[in-house]
Design a binder for this molecule. Sequence first.
Ligand SMILES: Cc1cc2nc3c(=O)[nH]c(=O)nc-3n(C[C@H](O)[C@H](O)[C@H](O)COP(=O)(O)OP(=O)(O)OC[C@H]3O[C@@H](n4cnc5c(N)ncnc54)[C@H](O)[C@@H]3O)c2cc1C
Length: 357
Amino acid sequence: MIVGGGIAGASLGAEIAAQRRCLIVEAEEHCGYHSTGRSAAFWLESYGGPKVAMLSRASRPFLEMPSADFSERGFLRTRGAVHLGLEESAALLEGVESRRIGRQELERLIPGIRPQWHSAILEPGCADIDVASLHAAYLRQFACRGGQIATRTTLELAQFREGRWQIDLAGGNRVAAALLVDAAGAWADEVAQRCGVRSLAIAPKRRTMVQLKIGRGGLKDLPLVDDSAGTFYFKGESDSSIWLTPHDEIDTDPCDAAPDEIDVATAIDRFEQVVDWKVDRVERSWAGLRSFAPDRLPVYGFAPEQPAFFWCAGQGGFGIQTAPAAAKLAAAQLLAQEPEAMVAEIDPTIFSPARFA
Ligand SMILES: Cc1cc2nc3c(=O)[nH]c(=O)nc-3n(C[C@H](O)[C@H](O)[C@H](O)COP(=O)(O)OP(=O)(O)OC[C@H]3O[C@@H](n4cnc5c(N)ncnc54)[C@H](O)[C@@H]3O)c2cc1C
């Protein structure tokens, strides 16, 4: 049983369903209601440090050109990223294609950029991910391979007895399973506790997104623009709208996250210090939870004290862009098989929960 039908549960489920009888339980009415449906939807190689980058890089070819039985088209659309305000000597993560650009090129890429921004690093490989299609393709493949999905179904309690999990679902149903996968996003620790497994201090943090209508056109292909201090990023959404965040990271309990007015206002204030564009209105705003383990690396592996409990959690702000490789890495461990070529070079112990023992 996999607990959670977001991108983590769906992608891992799709990888194992051909070989194991598998049920995904999802508390909400549809899979993807929480973090997966609320992301900023980009692939950025330099994001998350060198160990996360291994998973992002390994995932890229699949995201770009999946096999025909998975999807007829790829999930990426390249737009590039501009990292503002990095000191002249600064460089991005080693191995990431990038180059320094000056004021002239900045003005070409971001017309109306304010004068205090005179140089930046351009990361041309940054791409949008069609998250809804990717998630749907994983769920489809999971179902095609015999997997079952039960939505509006919450794991309440599980006990490991005589070599099996006895699992109580909300509403009084009881099922049994040999293995339990915790892909519950912000609820990962809570699910572990309900299964009698030691939690790992996986902390949900709220992030706010704002869609602004701007009084000018030509914005759709705008690069992703962020600053080295980590105080905002924005990218083009339609011809005259953008997605913006104040880069907030607010500790919270797991919940149906909603934006706070102050964070929306902060985002707009920071945005207005970057470009001289007129903000017409807030078209919509939303918030989602990014959940981090204490070292901000994801956790894939069996709980050291309970070998029938598998962690698939702590995907922070990179759970979409790393999903294809992460699912293959996790599936190889879960099925005790050799990892597929996509992840053969990645040491799975980096992401093992045993690192917190
Ligand atoms: C604003 C924002 C921007 C982001 N931008 C990006 C980005 O640009 N690129 C990127 O790669 N990542 C991004 N992320 C991160 C990415 O969205 C997450 O890492 C990813 O969606 C996590 O997926 P998940 O499946 O672990 O969690 P979720 O999608 O939250 O799924 C977990 C599911 O578990 C279910 N669940 C919990 N408890 C139970 C229970 N007891 N029983 C049954 N079901 C349960 C929940 O209902 C939930 O649906 C962003 C996140 C946010 C919030």
